[in-house]
Design a protein around this ligand. Structure first.
Ligand code: IMP
Ligand code: MG
Length: 182
């Protein structure tokens, strides 16, 4: 795997430090509250971020899940977000925090928010680890953002290319020929 990496963009240490800061910001936003908080990670890219983030949060919470896909196979351009697995938990009247790995064109977050609104939660906020400001539309804004990055395709810390590299501990760019050979 290491041999496929061109360059590390954000190191494991930088990720840990920033996720810690984000946890503090999020905790400050949700003081000891009723009736509680539901985290809704968008699978699968957010799983590592989710696991690190929620263990730094002191409040009681439930975990729901939703699966959205916008890339199929060896591509690096979004092909439009589509729902693969709907939410598996009741969020009516609850505070919801959507967790995603990266906000790019905004199609994924727009779809998930519209979907969750149908269940009439008390509030919906969004936390993303990465944001590519070049493409992010004005109507899709995340409440908590870890890092802003340039418009290049990245892998690691949950993010994949063609299903691989989610377990790479840093955020990195692959060697150019790896993107074309799949
Ligand atoms: P959006 O719908 O265009 O905002 O894209 C968001 C989704 O596309 C994310 O949840 C990721 O799964 C995926 N994605 C976007 N950019 C990248 C990238 O650079 N690497 C890996 N996945 C990405
Ligand atoms: Mg995703």
């Amino acid at each position: 795997m290491e041999g496929d990496i061109e360059r590390v963009l954000i190191s494991e240490q930088q990720l840990a430090q920033r996720v810690d800061e984000m946890a503090r910001d999020i905790a400050a936003c949700y003081p000891e509250m009723d009736p509680g908080l539901v985290m809704v990670p968008i699978l699968s890219g957010s799983i590592i971020f989710l696991a690190d983030l929620i263990r730094l949060l002191p409040m009681k919470m439930k975990l729901g899940m939703i699966t959205v896909s916008s890339y199929s196979g060896a591509v690096t351009e979004s092909q439009g977000a589509s729902l693969k697995m709907d939410l598996n938990i009741d969020i009516r009247g609850q505070h919801v925090l959507i967790i995603d790995d990266i906000l790019d064109t905004g199609g994924t977050l727009r779809l998930v928010r519209e979907r969750l609104r149908l269940h009439e939660p008390k509030s919906i906020r969004t936390a993303v680890l990465l944001r590519k400001p070049s493409k992010a539309p004005k109507d899709v804004v995340a409440d908590f953002v870890g890092f802003e990055i340039a418009d290049e395709f990245v892998v690691g810390y949950g993010l994949d290319y063609d299903g691989h590299y989610r377990n790479y501990p840093n955020i990195a760019v692959l060697k150019a020929d790896r993107y074309t050979t799949g």
